[in-house]
Write a protein that binds this ligand. Structure first.
Ligand SMILES: [Zn+2]
Ligand SMILES: [Zn+2]
Length: 191
């Protein structure tokens, strides 16, 4: 389940002068976080804690348009083990290549390279990169959120977080029928 980008999510970049390899266009944008719903992704809810900062730059690479994106954002999401709200910062660079080439060859290229090829039908004065900014953010989100690497999760008896010396429950209070179950380690998906 993934939240769709909101209607107010709009980023457009001006096309650099055609045929001029020196031409560069760019923008710096900060979103109004109040207008953004949290992102539901992979069973986790990521709430925006500040503006999304987007820096984009476009220049010609032969006949394709290379767009570099730098995206920075801060989220809050519940720790996967103890459910405490945890702060997540993302800062990532992405490269998109907008190309007039046919879609089939573009798909082959993107499977091998560390940039994404986006087929376009023609060059316009401005082009919409909203989807790719959104995609870049979602790709950057962690698959697992931990408040700290050694978070011990919740007490199986009282349900309170075990951090900071625990909750005071005595292990002896465990129902003997539960003891076997407590020995089981839950397998976690590798990072
Ligand atoms: Zn935790
Ligand atoms: Zn407890």
């Amino acid at each position: 389940m993934l939240t769709e980008k909101s209607a107010s999510w709009k980023f457009e970049l001006e096309t650099p002068e055609l045929g001029n390899p020196e031409a560069v266009t760019s923008f710096h944008a900060e979103t109004d976080t109040e207008q953004l719903d949290s992102i539901l992704y992979d069973g986790l809810e990521f709430t925006f804690e500040g503006p999304v900062i987007v820096d984009a730059e476009a220049r010609w690479a032969d006949s394709d348009l290379a767009v570099s994106l730098r995206i920075s954002a801060v989220f809050s999401a519940p720790c996967s083990r103890c459910l405490e709200p945890s702060r997540i910062e993302i800062l990532d660079d992405f490269l998109y290549l907008y190309s007039l080439r046919k879609k089939t060859s573009a798909e082959e290229a993107s499977a091998e390279e560390d940039f994404h090829v986006v087929p376009v039908s023609r060059w316009q004065r401005f082009f919409d990169i909203s989807d790719h900014v959104w995609e870049s953010i979602v790709i950057s989100l962690p698959r697992k959120v931990l408040c700290s690497a050694d978070c011990e999760g919740l007490c199986p008896q009282c349900g309170r977080p075990l951090r900071n010396g625990g909750c005071g429950c005595s292990p002896k209070e465990v129902d003997p029928r539960m003891e076997k179950l407590l020995g089981i380690t839950i397998e976690e998906t590798p990072e």
